[in-house]
Design a protein around this ligand. Structure first.
Ligand SMILES: NC(=O)C1=CN([C@@H]2O[C@H](COP(=O)(O)OP(=O)(O)OC[C@H]3O[C@@H](n4cnc5c(N)ncnc54)[C@H](OP(=O)(O)O)[C@@H]3O)[C@@H](O)[C@H]2O)C=CC1
Ligand SMILES: O=C(CO)[C@H](O)[C@H](O)COP(=O)(O)O
Length: 476
């Protein structure tokens, strides 16, 4: 099937997506705010397919056949609104406008309502895979009406990554559902990278291994349970040497991790939903801490550490413990992310098929990992499962690595190596499995200072204790 589509916004993602579309036989009508990008794309890659460059929004819209199908690939936020405001008045009923940028899902909900009222279809779609994925097959997470998906689904599926013969593209749900799951995807991406960074740091500080040696360990891990794109590229980055100095590349890069916002949005949304995505939150805060240069410099001068030298007898056993800690913490991060998707779907009334989502994340996207096959299976076999961690496979896998996980977290604490990701994942695991949590004490304190009431384990109802009087309990 070949189709015609318009792409506006021809920076890294838009240009590569346009090329991917053209290579799949679609006619691609091109537009960019500044004409230079359009010209550069046609000049460099015009021979790859049927491109129709246009120089103005009016020309762009007029060139497209009805119902028009347009993908916007510009900066998220105000620039996306600016482009929609310019294009939408020129469109006609039944045309489909897609936003493939990393939009905040609540913006997508707002835009969907406004554009639907104008008789247009709006598809807010997550697209993951970075530059390479956009060109060779990303994972695509479209949200919008079923009618809109009927119009553009086949086209999007035609350019997506393919795993086991299935395109990594599925209709996620109505309205902002596509951008919601893309946001959580990125939150998991943050957690995944934080855990990888902690594993690297432990091997370096605990065993004194060089980045290249650690790169070899990651390459080895990539052949087992941990096999994933991020583990694969970690080996590549760690083995890389700076051409100018001959030093390991990671040693010449400033140790401040930047962020564009999707991880932060994930945590903000999780707070609203009341979902404990502690691994994602720790990853966002670890990036923030890395960027607090002045505080770090001041603390380095005066804050004492434990004053120990980490003495590890069995190097292979330590590497294996770090692997176990990484795997278990990674399972926790995915479990928390899917928990947020479950709660978000419930809150916003989206019918999100978690098994289908896990399947489209097996290819094309940044968090693609072999174990997503397992996750898809869990949601297929146990649609009512409340957390991935209780599924037989993941329960067994995590408990098999539990000893190493605990040793690593305890050793890191004892020797002053920060492991917020590993530590919080372990606390989450222990928190979930605890028969009693000290939350009962918190309830008691709340009741004492604010008469906030509590429930009892042995009878129904809400109660308050007359703390300032005779300690009598009264029904609330
Ligand atoms: N880079 C990545 O790895 C990924 C990016 N994304 C998302 O895809 C989208 C595109 O990303 P990327 O390709 O990196 O490009 P950028 O996010 O750097 O955006 C650059 C594009 O936005 C256009 N633009 C900016 N402001 C305006 C405006 N006010 N009006 C019209 N056009 C405007 C630019 O036009 P001009 O050339 O005229 O300046 C250019 O085409 C973003 O939403 C991003 O978050 C999603 C997945 C991965
Ligand atoms: O969307 C993406 C992949 O799916 C981008 O890689 C992501 O936006 C990178 O985020 P940040 O710059 O905040 O690390």
């Amino acid at each position: 099937m070949s189709d015609q589509i318009g792409v506006t916004g021809l920076a890294v993602m838009g240009a590569n997506l346009a090329r991917n579309l053209a290579r799949h036989g679609h006619q691609v009508v091109l537009h960019n705010r500044s004409q230079a990008r359009t010209d550069a794309l046609v000049e460099a890659h015009g021979s790859e397919g049927d491109f129709v460059p246009t120089g103005s929004v009016a020309d762009f819209v007029q060139t497209l056949q009805r119902p028009r199908k347009i993908i916007i690939m510009v900066k998220a936020g105000a620039p996306t609104d600016a482009v929609i405001d310019e294009i939408a008045p020129l469109l006609e009923e039944g045309d489909v406008l897609m936003d493939g940028g990393n939009a905040l899902f609540t913006d997508t909900v707002r835009r969907t309502e406004a554009l639907t009222a104008q008789g247009l279809h709006f598809v807010g779609t997550g697209i993951s895979g970075g530059e390479e994925g956009a060109l060779n097959g990303p994972s695509i997470m479209p949200g919008g009406s079923a009618e809109a998906y009927e119009l553009v689904g086949p086209l999007l599926e035609s350019i997506a990554a393919v795993v086991d013969g299935e395109p990594c593209c599925t209709h996620v749900g109505e309205s902002g559902a596509g951008h919601f799951v893309k946001m959580v995807h990125n939150g998991i991406e943050y957690a995944d990278m934080q855990l990888i960074a902690e594993a690297y740091d432990l091997l370096r500080q605990g065993l004194g291994m060089s980045p290249a040696e650690i790169g070899d360990v990651f390459a080895d891990w990539n052949t087992g349970d941990l096999s994933s794109y991020l583990i694969e590229i970690t080996a590549q980055v760690l083995r890389h040497t700076d051409a100018e100095t001959g030093a390991p590349f990671v040693d010449v890069v400033v140790d401040e991790a930047e962020q564009k916002g999707t991880g932060r949005w994930t945590v903000q949304s999780a707070l609203d939903l009341g979902v404990p995505v502690s691994g994602i939150a720790e990853a966002v805060f670890a990036r923030a801490l890395s960027g607090h240069r002045e505080q770090r410099r001041a603390a380095q001068q005066v804050l004492p550490g434990p004053g120990t030298t980490w003495d590890i007898d069995d190097r292979d056993a330590f590497v294996e413990s770090v692997r176990q800690a990484l795997y278990a913490s990674k399972v926790v991060a995915y479990a928390q992310g899917f928990d947020q998707i479950t709660q978000g779907a419930d809150q916003y009334g989206w019918d999100i098929d978690r098994a289908a989502l896990a399947r489209i994340w097996r290819g094309g996207c940044i968090i693609r990992a072999d174990f997503l096959d397992r996750i898809a299976q869990v949601f297929t076999d146990e649609p009512d499962v409340t957390t991935l961690l209780t599924n037989d496979y993941f329960r067994a896998a995590v408990s098999a690595g539990q000893e190493g996980w605990r040793q690593v977290v305890a050793g890191a604490a004892r020797n002053g190596v920060p492991v917020p990701g590993f530590g919080s994942a372990l606390s989450y695991y222990d928190g979930l499995r605890a028969e009693r949590l000290p939350a009962s004490l918190i309830q008691g304190l709340r009741d004492l200072f604010g008469a906030h009431t509590y429930q009892r384990v042995d009878k129904e109802g809400s109660f308050h204790t007359m703390w300032g009087e005779d300690g009598r309990e009264v029904p609330a």
